[in-house]
Design a protein around this ligand. Structure first.
Ligand code: ADP
Ligand code: MG
Length: 260
């Protein structure tokens, strides 16, 4: 459903992403693994065409359901963002507005695209909170973001991201700021939602353990280049690139210290 061909992105003289190709099927979770600065977020932002000067997509195709997103007008892209392709980030607090209730914020993102009136949008917002397993959604919907814990805020963000029923979710390190137990709950929720809606997910992380538990396939980035790709188990058993061997060894060492 998504195919990226030879994507290159530059920020002035820095090549953030170089000649990267990857694909995601319907209902699949693809992992993108790489350390900080390897170009992971730049790929996600490129898919939504949210690269701004001095950044520039200098080459590549991004084919979504047969259509090259690079060729769409900004008006056409607006109809894709949120509605067809949505995104969640590492820090849910900075993306929620502190002065509006979570209900108002979720209702706001669904009202226009879904052609709902205020009442309907609010009801749908309650349903969305229920979907992401926030207890007592009809009451919690009236709360402000600061009244939610980090994990609960990430659930709110997931509710918002899925409210317009997208086909593809870009998850950019959404659990990095969370405790391990809460992180597992969020990963379980994503797995469940994927099955329920046959959602495709691109899961971005520097953490091989998450890739192992969540994804069937992974691409490994190093300094903007794709250095390895394949089935997660294959790569775990037999990493080809020294860079990937290193990442996997680090995970093994950590697991020996604190087995999970
Ligand atoms: P990751 O998400 O893997 O940590 P990024 O995609 O954020 O990596 O960054 C890749 C490279 O692009 C880095 O060298 C970073 O400094 C550069 N970069 C990303 N965004 C910008 C920006 N807005 N302006 C300048 N350089 C940027
Ligand atoms: Mg990033």
């Amino acid at each position: 459903m998504l195919e990226i061909n030879n994507l290159s992105v530059e920020f002035k003289d820095v090549t953030a992403v170089k000649n990267v190709s990857l694909s995601v099927a319907r209902g699949e979770i693809l992992g993108i693994l790489g350390e900080s600065g390897s170009g992971k977020s730049t790929i996600a932002h490129s898919i939504l065409r949210l690269i701004y000067p001095p950044g520039k997509i200098v080459a590549g195709e991004i084919i979504f359901n047969g259509q090259d997103l690079m060729k769409l007008s900004e008006d056409e892209m607006i109809k894709i963002r949120g509605a067809k392709i949505s995104m969640i980030f590492q820090d849910p607090f900075s993306s929620l507005n502190p002065v509006f209730t979570v209900g108002e914020q979720i209702a706001e993102v669904i009202r226009l695209p879904q052609g709902l009136n205020r009442r309907e949008a609010y009801d749908k917002a309650v349903q969305m909170l229920e979907l992401v397993k926030i207890k007592d959604p009809a009451a919690r919907i009236k709360d402000y973001p600061h009244q939610f814990s980090g994990g609960m805020r990430q659930r709110v963000m997931i509710a918002m991201a899925l409210a317009c029923e997208p086909e593809l979710l870009l998850a950019d390190e959404p659990t990095t700021a969370l405790d391990a137990a809460i992180q597992d709950e969020i990963l379980n929720l994503l797995r469940e939602l994927k099955d329920k809606f046959n959602l495709s997910i691109i899961y971005i992380t520097h953490n091989f353990s998450i890739i192992k538990s969540l994804c069937s396939r992974v691409v490994v980035l190093n300094k903007g280049k794709l250095v390895e790709e394949g089935g997660v188990e294959d790569i775990l058993q037999n990493p080809q690139e020294p860079y990937t061997q290193n990442l996997i060894n680090c995970v093994k060492i950590l697991n020996n210290y604190c087995p999970t």
